[in-house]
Design a protein around this ligand. Structure first.
Ligand code: FPP
Length: 234
């Protein structure tokens, strides 16, 4: 059976979930943060080794000041409440995105989570904060050009060489990308890394994405015939 090592999720629909319940959007984000713990455990139980979650995109700054402020406080809520458990379970927390422009307190919480868990070898729980794929690729191109200019790299690198400049250099390619809440877009997420990923767009909002739904998504993945451009997956 083809492995499902790396799952990436666009956690969409928090706002609509809250609105449908007559709650403020922030209540949806909070329920979404709690669900990160639930789904990390479910993913790990299902054999996933890398779980990469889109928490805040480079485009999310366009939201209201209040909502951005709330989203910036969520890492402190998530890790304050669950970090001990993540460590006990052996999860390694890693960040993708430009953290240095986040509010200093947010940046610290994120870097501390990385630092505290850096020796763990279990599930790699990767949180994308202030992440955008076009930005990631642009930064990689600049870093490579700089290395060439300084004589540290040669012209003409191949794909594997270029990957070393991406924020995901330590991760395998994405096997399965899931987007919750009905939208069928990629929204500047892991454009390089999903080159051969299976895509699943599902109706449930992120706070309603239960372990059973996760299981269903992985089962669907196992029914797909991944050919990677060839004729069979044998
Ligand atoms: C998209 O739903 C969701 C976000 C922009 C935020 C995602 C954040 C979480 C799920 C919390 C996790 C937090 C951490 C720190 C890991 P939306 O607000 O766009 O929903 P809508 O489309 O219904 O308005």
């Amino acid at each position: 059976m083809q492995e499902c090592r790396h799952v990436a999720i666009i956690m969409d629909g928090n706002g609509r979930w809250a609105k449908a319940k007559g709650l403020p959007r922030t209540a949806g984000h909070k329920a979404g943060a709690d669900n990160v713990r639930t789904i990390a455990i479910a993913a790990n139980d299902l054999g996933v080794k890398y779980l990469t979650l889109y928490a805040f995109s480079t485009e999310n700054w366009k939201r209201s000041k209040d909502e951005v402020g709330y989203l910036m406080k969520l890492p402190a809520y998530l890790f304050g409440r669950y970090m001990k458990e993540f460590l006990q379970r052996g999860y390694r927390i890693r960040m993708l995105g430009e953290l240095d422009v986040l509010p200093p307190a947010t940046e610290k919480v994120l870097r501390d989570a990385e630092e505290e868990s850096k020796n763990n070898t279990g599930l790699s729980l990767n949180i994308c904060m202030n992440y955008g794929s076009q930005r990631e690729i642009t930064l990689a191109a600049n870093a490579y050009a700089k290395d060439v200019a300084e004589g540290k790299a040669k012209l003409g690198i191949d794909e594997a060489g270029f990957e070393q400049y991406l924020m995901t250099k330590d991760f395998p390619p994405v096997d399965l990308l899931i987007r919750t809440s009905g939208e069928e877009r990629i929204s500047n997420y892991l454009l390089w890394q999903i080159a051969y990923a299976e895509l699943e767009f599902i109706p449930e909002a992120w706070p309603d994405f239960t372990p059973d739904v996760m299981k269903r998504c992985i089962e669907e993945y196992h029914h797909r015939n991944r050919r990677f451009g060839g004729l069979t997956n044998e």
